[in-house]
Design a protein around this ligand. Structure first.
Ligand code: F6R
Length: 360
C-alpha cells in the first residue's frame, strides 16, 4: 500500500535512497576504485567499440544519460528512441553492443527494436527492473536495477536507478576497452556511496512545494540543461506534463536561443539544471530568458553563482558531476508532484497513460 503517503508516486520518490542503495550494493568498491557487475567479469566488454542504447519515454532519458556518460568516458555511444529504430537504426557490427533500457521489460517498441538488433547480429544487454520480463529473457545478458516494484504510472525511482546503473556500466565498458581503471572512479564511487544519504536529506527538506505554488497557473514550463543536465531537463518536462497536464518542454540550454526563446515571456518559468558542465554557459542561457521577463529557478548546489542570479533556487548536495543531474532530477520530480497535487490531478494514474505500453 501507499502507507503514510497520499500517492504511490510520492512514496516511490521517497524510496529512492533505498532503491539506489540496492542498485549499488555489492557492485561498487570505492576503496579500490572497482566496479563489480555480477555477470560481467573484467574484460567482458573488451571489444566493444560502439554502443547503441534503445528505449522509450523516461527510460529513453536514462538511456540518453548513459550515452552522455559513455561518450564522456571515450566510448562511442548513441541513445535512440526504440519506436524510431525500425526506420533509423544505425548499422551494427561485431563490435556493437545494443543496450535495451526498459523498466518493465515489456514495452512493445523496445522489444521490437531489441529483436531487430539481435537479428542484425549485435550483442544485446537489457537494463531492467523486472526479473523474468520479456526483454530480460530475450537479450544475451541482463543487468537488474533492483529498484523494487513501481506502481505510479510516472516513472521516478526506476529512472534514477537506471541512470546510476548506466553510469557504472559506462565506466566498466570504458575500463575494459582501455584495459585500465578510469581515473574518474576515484571521485565517482565514493560520491555514489554517499548518494543515498544525500537523497534522504534532500527529501527530508522538501522545499519544492513553494516553487510549485509560486508558479501555479503559468502558461508553459521550460526546463534546460547541458551535458548530463540535458536528459534531466527532458525528464523534468516529461514528468511535469504527464501528471499536471500543463504544457512543459525540455531543451538543451544552448538551444533556447535557436528558436524556443520566441516563446519565453514572464508567464513561462524556466527551470535550469546545473551539473558542473560548462555551468557558466547554462547560466548565460538562463539569463537570456530572464531578460525576456521569465522567472528562472536554478537547481544547483549551495553557494553556486546561479543561486544568486536566479529568481529562486532549489538546492542539491555537492556531488561528482556525473551524479549531480540525478540529484537535480529528484528536485524536479518533487516540483511536478506538488504542482499536480495543487491541481488535484489523479497523480498515480494520469489520463490516457498506462504503466506498460504493450502496443507499437
Ligand atoms: C513516463 C513513463 C514512460 C515509460 C516508457 C517506457 O513516466 O513511465 O515514459 O518510461 O513507457 O517504459 P519502460 O521503461 O517500461 O520500457
Amino acid at each position: 500500500g501507499k502507507g503514510e503517503y497520499d500517492h504511490f508516486m510520492l512514496k516511490e520518490i521517497h524510496e529512492q535512497p533505498t532503491a539506489l542503495a540496492q542498485a549499488i550494493e555489492g557492485r561498487i568498491d570505492p576503496e579500490n576504485g572497482r566496479i563489480a557487475l555480477e555477470d560481467f567479469p573484467p574484460g567482458t566488454f573488451d571489444g566493444v567499440e560502439n554502443v547503441q542504447l534503445i528505449a522509450c519515454g523516461t527510460s529513453y532519458h536514462a538511456a540518453l544519460y548513459g550515452s552522455v556518460a559513455l561518450n564522456q568516458a571515450g566510448i562511442h555511444a548513441t541513445a535512440l528512441l526504440a519506436n524510431e529504430y525500425s526506420v533509423t537504426a544505425p548499422p551494427v557490427d561485431d563490435d556493437t553492443l545494443v543496450i535495451a533500457v526498459t523498466q518493465s521489460g515489456e514495452t512493445a517498441d523496445t522489444l521490437s527494436a531489441l529483436r531487430q538488433a539481435t537479428a542484425a547480429g549485435a550483442d544485446t544487454l537489457t537494463v531492467t527492473n523486472v526479473v523474468g520480463s520479456t526483454a530480460a529473457r530475450e537479450a544475451d545478458d541482463t543487468l537488474f536495477i533492483r529498484a523494487g516494484p513501481e506502481i505510479g504510472v510516472a516513472a521516478t525511482k526506476t529512472f534514477s536507478s537506471q541512470a546510476v546503473m548506466l553510469t557504472l556500466l559506462a565506466q566498466r565498458i570504458a575500463a575494459d576497452a582501455r584495459d585500465e581503471t578510469p581515473a574518474d572512479l576515484q571521485s565517482l564511487l565514493p560520491d555514489l556511496a554517499q548518494m543515498p544519504g544525500q537523497l534522504e536529506d534532500l527529501l527530508a527538506t522538501d522545499d519544492a512545494a513553494h516553487i510549485a505554488s509560486q508558479y501555479q497557473g503559468s502558461q508553459s514550463y521550460f526546463f534546460i540543461g547541458r551535458g548530463l543536465g540535458y536528459p534531466v531537463a527532458l525528464e523534468g518536462a516529461l514528468k511535469f506534463k504527464e501528471i499536471t497536464y500543463e504544457h512543459a518542454e525540455g531543451f538543451a540550454s544552448g538551444e533556447l536561443k535557436h528558436g524556443p526563446l520566441a516563446l519565453v515571456t514572464p508567464d513561462t518559468p524556466v527551470f535550469a539544471v546545473f551539473t558542473g558542465e560548462e555551468d557558466e554557459k547554462t547560466l548565460k542561457n538562463a539569463e537570456e530568458a530572464q531578460t525576456r521577463g521569465a522567472p528562472v529557478i536554478a537547481v544547483c548546489p549551495e553557494g553556486h553563482r546561479a543561486a544568486e542570479v536566479a529568481d529562486e533556487h532549489l538546492e542539491i548536495p555537492d556531488a561528482d558531476d556525473e551524479l549531480a543531474g540525478l540529484l537535480a532530477n529528484v528536485q524536479l520530480q518533487l516540483v511536478s508532484y506538488h504542482a499536480a497535487e495543487l491541481l488535484d490531478r489523479p497523480i498515480d494514474k494520469p489520463r490516457n497513460l498506462a504503466k506498460s505500453v504493450t502496443v507499437e
